[in-house]
Design a protein around this ligand. Structure first.
Ligand SMILES: [Zn+2]
Ligand SMILES: [Zn+2]
Length: 168
């Protein structure tokens, strides 16, 4: 493995501790719930889930899980004013989300689109089973520190990039 690639891996380890560098524009994923599979989407700060709790309340344990996993990289779902946090239903959803957030193998990302604030400039990163990043290192190596950062954050929920390190 060339020293360039090692440097990119080291960078990805540091970047993964700084989720505020990452801003999701959109994503779509399957969420393996306790009883069935749910489809969650995020588009320009708008969340959607196909579960019945979301339909009735505008938020659900699946979305709250993703808010925990993705931290500062997403905008929080808007909680309808009619929904009281004293409601025991919502409290059990929050408890569930705390558990789900430790089980990221429940998540399978189908696609996403995000902006990555690198050290020098912004990069556009996309995934639909195949990865793409607008940086020049990705163009020549098929992988980069930005892709490796997202792979770390979403481990178990995405297919790793197929970039083959160029030997020095
Ligand atoms: Zn849901
Ligand atoms: Zn990149």
């Amino acid at each position: 493995m060339g020293s360039g690639m090692i440097h990119k891996i080291e960078k990805a380890i540091l970047y993964a501790k700084e989720p505020e560098r990452i801003l999701f524009n959109s994503f779509s994923l399957s969420f393996k719930g306790d009883h069935k599979q749910h489809k969650v989407t995020y588009n320009d700060s708008t969340w959607q889930c196909d579960c019945s709790y979301f339909h009735d309340h505008g938020v659900c344990s699946h979305i709250m899980t993703l808010e925990r996993v993705l931290k500062d990289s997403v905008h929080l779902a808007e909680i309808p004013e009619t929904l009281s946090y004293m409601d025991s239903g919502i409290i059990s959803k929050i408890e569930k989300a705390i558990l789900y957030a430790e089980e990221t193998d429940r998540l399978t990302f189908n696609s996403f689109n995000l902006i990555f604030n690198g050290d020098h400039k912004q990069h556009q990163l996309s995934y639909d089973g195949k990865w793409n990043c607008s940086c020049s290192y990705f163009g020549t190596h098929g992988v980069c520190s930005h892709v490796m950062t997202i792979e770390r954050l979403l481990v178990g929920s995405v297919t790793p990039a197929e970039g083959i390190p160029v030997m020095a």
